[in-house]
Design a protein around this ligand. Structure first.
Ligand code: ACO
Length: 319
C-alpha cells in the first residue's frame, strides 16, 4: 500500500504587498535591502479576523476539486499551522466543519515551517497502515498576526497563505520516502516565546529570530535531509526533477541547491512573490508549479521543510 497526491490547491489572501509599500507604511526598510538579502519582493497579508482555517478552506476546496473528491469522502484531515485560529479546538476541526465533513480523524501538526512536510509524512503513514484511505493535508498560516511590525528584522520576511493536497491510497508510489528530525536545543533561535496564563499574555507574543543562526542551520540540514531521503528510497539525487525547499529566503535556496549539486533551474522558487509563509510555503510552491505546467505527471519531486523547534525533514515523491 502506498499513498499518492491526487489533487493540489492553494490560496493567497488579498492583493500582493510590495516591499516599497511596507516602507510607505512606515517601516524603516527598502526594496533594495529586502530583495538583495532575501529575494522577497511581495507578500500577501490576511485581514484582521481572517484566520488560518479561512485560508485553509479555499485551498482545500481547490485541492478536492482537482482530485475530483467530495469533502465527505475524506477520512483524515491534518492541518499544519503555528497560527491556529484558537488555542483549541484544532484548526483541523474548524476546517472540517467549514467543509461539511463529519467523522474524519482531524488534528493539527505544529512543526512551524517544517509543518507541511511533517503533516504529509504522518498522513502517508496513516494511509500505508491501512487505517485511512483519503487524507486532506493542509499548510495554513497567518504569520502577519504574530509579527512585531516595529521590528524590521523580522516583519519584512513573512506572508500569509495556505496550500493543500489530497493524498489517497494507491497500489503504486506516490511517496517514496520521508525523513523527519528535530533538535529542541535550538528552540531559542526562532520562536514566539509567549503564552496565555489566567487570561493574560505572559512572555513575548511576537516572532523573534536570530537570522544568521537560522540561515546556517537551515542550509546544513536541508542538504542533509535530502541526501538521507534519497538513501532511504535508494535513488540518486540526479533522478530528482524538482526540488521544493521551504521558501524562507532565496539565498538559503541557492546555497542548498549548490550543496546538493542540483541546478537552480530545477528549484521551484516562490518566496519572491509570497514571502515566507511557514507551513504553507511548500504546498503553495508545489501548487503554483503544477498549475503553471512546470511540474508534470510522472516527475520526481523532493519537498523539504525547516523551521522553529528546530525541526526539519524531507519527502521524496513521484507525482
Ligand atoms: N531593512 C533595512 N535594514 C535592515 C532590515 C530591514 N528590513 N533588517 C535589518 N536591517 C539592518 C540591521 O539593522 C543591520 O544594520 P546595522 O548594520 O546598522 O546594525 C543590517 O541591516 C544588517 O543586519 P543583519 O541582521 O546582520 O543582516 P543579515 O545580513 O544577517 O540579513 C536576514 C538578515 C535577511 C534575516 C538573514 O540573516 C537571513 O536571511 N537569515 C535567514 C533567516 C530566515 O530566512 N528566516 C526566515 C524564518 S526561518 C525559517 O523559515 C526556517
Amino acid at each position: 500500500m502506498y499513498s499518492q497526491i491526487t489533487g493540489i490547491g492553494s490560496y493567497l489572501p488579498g492583493p500582493p504587498v510590495a516591499n516599497d509599500e511596507l516602507a510607505r507604511r512606515g517601516i524603516d526598510t527598502s526594496d533594495e535591502w529586502i530583495a538583495s538579502r532575501t529575494g522577497i519582493r511581495f507578500r500577501h497579508l490576511a485581514e484582521n479576523g481572517e484566520t488560518s482555517s479561512d485560508l485553509a478552506l479555499h485551498a482545500s476546496r481547490q485541492a478536492l476539486a482537482a482530485a475530483g473528491c467530495a469533502a465527505s469522502a475524506i477520512d483524515l484531515i491534518i492541518v499544519a499551522t503555528s497560527t491556529p485560529d484558537f488555542i483549541f479546538p484544532s484548526t483541523a476541526c474548524l476546517l472540517q466543519a467549514k467543509l461539511g465533513n463529519q467523522g474524519a480523524t482531524a488534528f493539527d501538526v505544529q512543526a512551524v515551517c517544517s509543518g507541511f512536510v511533517y503533516a504529509l509524512t504522518v498522513a502517508d503513514k496513516f494511509i500505508r497502515s491501512g487505517s485511512h484511505r483519503r487524507a486532506l493535508v493542509v499548510g495554513a498560516e497567518v504569520f502577519s498576526h504574530i509579527l512585531d511590525w516595529s521590528d524590521r528584522t523580522t516583519c519584512v520576511l513573512f506572508g500569509d497563505g495556505a496550500g493543500a493536497v489530497v493524498l489517497e491510497a494507491s497500489d503504486k508510489p506516490g511517496i517514496l520516502a520521508s525523513t523527519l528530525h528535530a533538535d529542541g536545543a535550538h528552540h531559542a533561535i526562532l520562536s514566539v516565546p509567549g503564552s496565555v496564563c489566567k487570561g493574560v499574555v505572559t512572555g513575548d507574543p511576537f516572532l523573534r529570530m536570530d537570522g544568521q543562526a537560522v540561515f546556517k542551520f537551515a542550509v546544513r540540514v536541508l542538504a542533509e535531509a535530502a541526501d538521507e531521503c534519497c538513501r532511504i528510497a535508494a535513488v540518486s539525487p540526479s533522478t530528482i526533477d524538482w526540488l521544493i525547499p521551504h521558501q524562507a529566503n532565496v539565498r538559503i535556496l541557492e546555497a542548498t541547491a549548490r550543496k546538493m549539486r542540483i541546478p537552480l533551474d530545477k528549484v521551484v522558487i516562490s518566496v519572491d512573490r509570497h514571502g515566507n509563509t511557514s507551513a504553507a510555503s511548500v504546498p503553495l510552491a508545489l501548487d503554483e508549479a503544477v498549475r503553471a505546467g512546470r511540474i508534470r505527471s510522472g516527475q520526481r519531486i523532493m519537498l523539504e521543510g525547516v523551521g522553529g523547534g528546530f525541526t526539519w525533514g524531507a519527502v521524496l515523491l513521484d507525482i
